[in-house]
Ligand binder design. Structure first.
Ligand SMILES: *Cc1c(COP(=O)(O)O)cnc(C)c1O
Length: 401
């Protein structure tokens, strides 16, 4: 595995993100391949018994087993670490594996977690159901309310867990203020940064300790594979993450890492174009639907904070129609936009959160979160935005007939 071209951080850290996303982390084998190689191997063989013993002692560099590290997965991890500005990245099989691992690796029975109420449905399940099963106490707060975070703190609070913008309400959490509140009591801040992507928002620069992604979303961005990433500093990896990650078998498959490396090469370009398209679609919808939520528009309640934290308004918008029937009729009338519960894809995708992504969230909690029966979430893709607008226009006209 030499020469290495993209792993000397004294060089790669100076590159700008679009360059890091293409070249960061690249290791070339002796063949000098241009594209990253796919090392579809579970294990490794060694020149001598002494060599393998040294690797197991941690005294020699090299791979031992693909449950710990794999060359293709390592390339993806290094590229993600560079993009995020983190010391360490660990790639997991899915986004939920990343979220669950980031929490469980550091929590013990008797600890307390404060979490924002607006979280991805499965993340809410972790907080509401799984953590309490292990004797970990949880408090849910309105993530937009800094005072609520402050008040929820207890002597045993170990983690603040949040998502910003949140799915599907696009609630924004003040990363700097909330991180400061956590650090005052020595708690760690875990951020699900899926909606913003590393292109638009760097939670660690605002104080977050651990950042997690579902790579299934914008990082792949073409609807092919599942994946996740946990980013943190070396100390957290040494003390909490690595042992849990390796012994519970969380690692991403080499094949998926290879697909995701290709996804990263175009991430910057795709996300920026999707944001431009989303802004155009939002401007069209603003006059046509009763309530529109898009962080990039001035009429979004937390627009100023969103623009402080994010480089653009994002690729996702939500709007409320009057009823579930209206929402279903609109979805069923679409010709171009797919009905799908995914986001961050090159195809524009529309979903009805109340009956899909947030189905597991109790109706009263849905109401509290602002997920109405008439709500639709739209992830704007890379098609010509005019075609997306015309599709919505036609479907909305059918509703008002
Ligand atoms: C999709 C998603 C997840 C879970 O990721 P998977 O790859 O589906 O496991 C977590 N958080 C957010 C915000 C998501 O959109």
């Amino acid at each position: 595995m030499k020469p290495r071209t993209g792993v000397d951080r004294s060089i790669t850290q100076k590159w700008r993100p679009a360059t890091q996303a293409i070249r960061g982390g690249t290791w070339r084998s002796d063949f000098g391949e241009t594209s990253e190689a796919l090392f579809l191997t579970s294990g490794f063989s060694y020149e001598s018994a002494d060599e393998v013993a040294a690797r197991f002692r941690g005294e020699a560099e090299g791979f031992t087993y693909s449950r710990q590290t794999n060359p293709t997965v390592s390339m993806f991890e290094e590229r993600m670490a560079l993009l995020e500005g983190a010391e360490v990245a660990r790639a997991t099989g899915t986004g939920m594996a990343a979220m669950a691992t980031a929490l469980l690796c550091q929590l013990r029975a008797g600890d307390h977690v404060v979490a924002a109420r607006a979280l991805f449905g499965s993340c809410r399940w972790l907080v509401d159901t799984l953590l309490p099963q292990y004797g970990i106490e949880t408090t849910i707060v309105d993530g937009r309310d800094n005072e609520a975070w402050a008040k929820a703190r207890k002597p045993n609070t170990k983690v603040f867990f949040l998502e910003t913008p949140a799915n599907p309400t696009l609630d924004i959490v003040d990363l700097r203020a909330v991180s400061d509140l956590a650090h005052e009591i020595g708690a760690k801040v875990v951020v699900d940064n899926v909606f913003a992507t590393p292109v638009l928002q760097k939670p660690m620069e605002l104080g977050a300790d651990i950042v997690c992604y579902s790579a299934t979303k914008h990082i792949d961005g073409q609807g092919r594979v599942l994946g996740g990433v946990i980013l943190c500093d070396k100390k957290f990896d040494d003390e909490h993450l690595y042992a849990y990650f390796r012994h519970t078998g969380q690692i991403m498959s080499a094949f998926n890492a290879w697909v995701l490396l290709k996804g990263l090469e175009t991430l910057d370009m795709r996300v920026r174009r999707m944001c431009e398209n989303a802004a155009k679609v939002a401007d069209f919808l603003a006059g046509r639907v009763p309530t529109l939520l898009y962080p990039g528009r001035r009429d979004f309640p937390q627009h100023a904070l969103a623009m402080q934290q994010m480089a653009a308004g994002g690729t996702i918008l939500s709007f409320h129609l009057e009823s579930e029937r209206q929402a279903f009729d609109l979805l069923n009338a679409l010709e171009l936009i797919d009905i799908s519960n995914n986001i961050g894809d090159s195809r524009s995708l529309a979903t009805h959160p109340a009956t899909t992504t947030h189905k597991a969230v109790a109706p009263e909690i849905q109401r509290e979160l602002g997920i109405t029966p008439g709500m639709i979430r739209l992830s704007v893709g890379l098609e010509d935005p005019q075609d997306v607008i015309e599709d919505l226009d036609r479907a909305l006209k059918i509703l008002t007939l």
